[in-house]
Design a protein around this ligand. Structure first.
Ligand code: ADP
Ligand code: MG
Length: 684
């Protein structure tokens, strides 16, 4: 009895609800929508003899234990031998409990699921799932659902929780019958019930592959909810007033006239899109995408010029100090000669400098402010903020972007977000449904393509030779140290060692070092010396990943390239190829490479098109990881496969627009069901 008592104690039940809450399963509707991750097919039983021929796939057999023994060589393990009428099989458990040893006693009949392998002593399974059964125990008639479970939540508890919830919820379909029929969608209740309890005669393949109509309904519903919520947020922001900035005036003209180049057709086109937005009385919400080096900065500066032409201020925020400073120098170089005061604000400024900058911003003396996160601090007040530009927007959280937007006085400033991580169209459409998107899809003319080579680590000496030769020709070199994700300290140490190694190997050259832990002033001094050509070789961690612009640098070495993400490599590589000299990027790798690593590095060698690389990267990594910092619409999509289900996204997008305009109550009901507690992710 003490056991039963323990089970029902309030503390225990509280813990269950806590555990469920951790999975987001506090409400019945959330529980019902907690659909199986996958299914297991326990309906089939094979003889050991037949299973033998299915090496590498998961099979189920039923057999009797003939031997059960704990062995100590080559390491401690439980070895169980079983047999059926057709043959013998060995089961190995490297981690096991004492209870398992008794469970699998000689003579016991086991139902065993696992992967068949050729072992040293014949067929074996390592860590199969086993269940003791009586002879003649019937097989399950249907596929067994497997749920995503948190710590301390077993499949059976989840199954019961979900079954209970299914008895209580209101099954009313959020999509009216007519609409459902026109979209050929399955009814909600039958779809959900089927996914939790698949009937025996179901098309198992369609269920497992999530192509079954029940899955289609679920995927459609969730992407519809996502699109509805993003479009609704977009529409809500449109209700806010923004400064109208109609004049493309003297400053815009002068800036264009003073540039040493003319805009590319692509830059011209996106500039027109931005200019049209700025003329509206509601805030622009535009994402400007362009590959590394496509020339986003000048477009941003021209947008700022338009704000200034209309008597407003503009602010440009970048995620790192180095990047912000590059922007500042470049833009200041353009605007100061035209009589425009550009202020600089970062956390590393001395107190007095900071105060001075804040005063200029508050008084309106500074027409443009460039800086880092410091810009979004509470005490920074603007006289008349009309336009906010966020570079590398995906590096900021949604909340950070919004804070800057709230710095307008009596209206919301226009917002331009920039990204040099080209986001494939499919992703952009799905995750940026709340933004207008402009793309600079061509590079300025006269760029020399970067030649990328893969070099095995063992050839480091040759690489150093090559660095030497390049420097003697007057070219400059980046040497990028390996990414060590587990430990920043280790990464730092590697950078320091590499610096020492290269300094020793290249005594006639000046070798510099930048990394994230340097004091901003030191970082700045080193970057400046490199920009001015006083440093030949710059050893760097990934701090140089974004935006750094030193045209004379034309050789880049990246160590342990196999550890980097593709977009990251592309961004890094974009630091060279900015001048007239032919540029080379050497990707050093530590062999032997696995097939995926090889595939990834080959993509880098073959393509220099950021969009193409991004598309392949997305295929390899999936959207979650690809996007980095959480994007607002991401949390919603649990079941959708962005590649295969693109057609669903397109339909949902169209329907979302129609519903919001014509059937807002349907939209609300649908959102209520699918968003529930998750809406906090999306409220932007
Ligand atoms: P990104 O899009 O990566 O931020 P930048 O704005 O830094 O690219 O531009 C890369 C380089 O190209 C800069 O040196 C910039 O001055 C130059 N550039 C930009 N637009 C043009 C153009 N239309 N013609 C020639 N060079 C350009
Ligand atoms: Mg840039």
């Amino acid at each position: 009895m003490p056991n039963a008592k323990k089970k029902t104690s309030p503390q225990k039940s509280l813990r269950l609800s806590d555990r469920l809450a951790r999975l987001g399963l506090s409400t019945d509707s959330a529980r019902v929508l907690h659909l199986p991750m996958r299914y297991e097919d326990e309906t089939q039983l094979l003889s050991i003899h037949d299973a033998e021929r299915l090496h590498g796939s998961t099979v189920q057999v039923e057999a009797v234990v003939t031997d059960c023994d704990v062995q100590y060589r080559p390491r401690r393990q439980l070895v169980v031998k079983v047999r059926d009428d057709s043959g013998l099989l060995t089961l190995r458990f490297l981690n096991f409990y004492g209870s398992q040893v008794t469970q699998m006693a000689i003579g016991k009949r086991l139902r065993i699921r696992g992967e068949m392998r050729h072992g040293f002593f014949g067929d074996e399974m390592v860590h199969p799932t086993v269940k003791v059964v009586e002879p003649g125990t019937p097989l399950p008639q249907a596929l067994t659902p497997v749920y995503a479970a948190g710590e301390g939540l077993s499949q059976s508890v989840l199954r019961k929780t979900i079954a209970d919830a299914m008895q209580r919820i209101d099954w009313q379909d959020s999509l009216p019958e007519q609409l459902r029929a026109s979209l050929k969608l399955m009814e909600f209740e039958s779809a959900i019930r089927l996914l939790h309890n698949p009937p025996p005669d179901i098309d198992a393949y369609a269920l497992l592959e999530r192509t079954h109509p029940a899955w289609t309904r679920v995927k459609f519903d969730e992407v519809l909810a996502q699109q509805l919520s993003m479009k609704r947020a977009h529409a809500a922001r449109r209700q806010q007033g923004a400064p109208v900035l109609p004049i493309v005036g003297a400053l815009s003209e002068a800036l264009l006239g003073s540039l040493p180049f003319s805009l590319t057709a692509a830059q011209q086109r996106v500039l027109e899109e931005i200019r049209a937005d700025l003329r509206q009385a509601y805030p622009m919400q535009r994402l400007l995408q362009g590959d590394v080096g496509s020339g986003k900065t000048v477009v941003a500066a021209l947008a700022a010029a338009q704000a200034i032409d209309n008597g407003y201020q503009a602010a440009l925020m970048a995620p790192t100090e180095i990047l912000a400073e590059q922007h500042f120098r470049k833009i200041e170089g353009w605007l100061t000669p035209l009589g425009v005061k550009v202020a600089w604000l970062t956390g590393s400024l001395r107190k007095r400098e900071k105060e001075a900058a804040k005063l200029e911003i508050e008084s309106g003396a500074a027409r443009l402010v460039v800086g880092t996160h410091a810009l979004i601090q509470q005490e920074v007040a603007f006289a008349q903020l009309g336009l906010v530009i966020v570079d590398e927007q995906h590096r900021f959280g949604v909340a950070q972007r919004l804070t800057l937007r709230n710095k307008g006085i009596d209206s919301v400033p226009h917002q331009l977000m920039m990204s040099a991580t080209p986001i494939p169209r499919t992703l952009a459409m799905t995750y940026f449904a709340d933004l207008e998107v402009s793309v600079i899809d061509a590079l300025p003319p006269g760029r020399t393509p970067i030649v990328t080579r893969l070099v095995a680590q063992e050839r480091r000496e040759e690489v150093i030779e090559r660095v030497h030769a390049a420097a003697l020709e007057g070219r400059q070199v980046y040497w990028v140290c390996p990414l060590i994700e587990e430990s920043e300290a280790l990464q730092l140490q590697t950078a320091t060692e590499t610096h020492a190694m290269l300094s020793a190997a290249l005594p006639d050259l000046r070798v510099g070092l930048v990394h994230g832990r340097l004091k901003p002033a030191e970082k700045q001094a080193t970057m400046e010396a490199f920009a001015q050509g006083r440093i030949h070789v710059l050893v760097a961690t990934t701090v140089i990943e974004v935006g750094v612009d030193v045209p004379n640098a034309s050789l880049m070495v990246i160590e342990h390239a196999e550890r980097f993400g593709l977009s990251q490599l592309h961004q890094l590589r974009g630091r060279v190829g900015r001048g007239a000299a032919a540029s080379v990027c050497l990707l050093m790798f530590q062999g032997p490479l696995g097939p995926i690593a090889k595939q990834r590095l080959t993509i880098m060698r073959e393509s220099s098109d950021g969009f193409e690389i991004a598309r392949r990267d997305l295929e390899i990594r999936g959207p979650g990881e690809f996007l980095g910092a959480r994007q607002s619409g991401q949390a919603m999509l649990r079941f959708l496969d962005l590649e295969k289900d693109q057609w669903l996204v397109e339909r949902a997008r169209d329907l979302a627009t129609t519903l919001l305009a014509q059937q807002p109550t349907v939209a609300e009901a649908h959102l209520a069901r699918w968003l529930g507690a998750r809406e906090e992710f999306l409220r932007v």
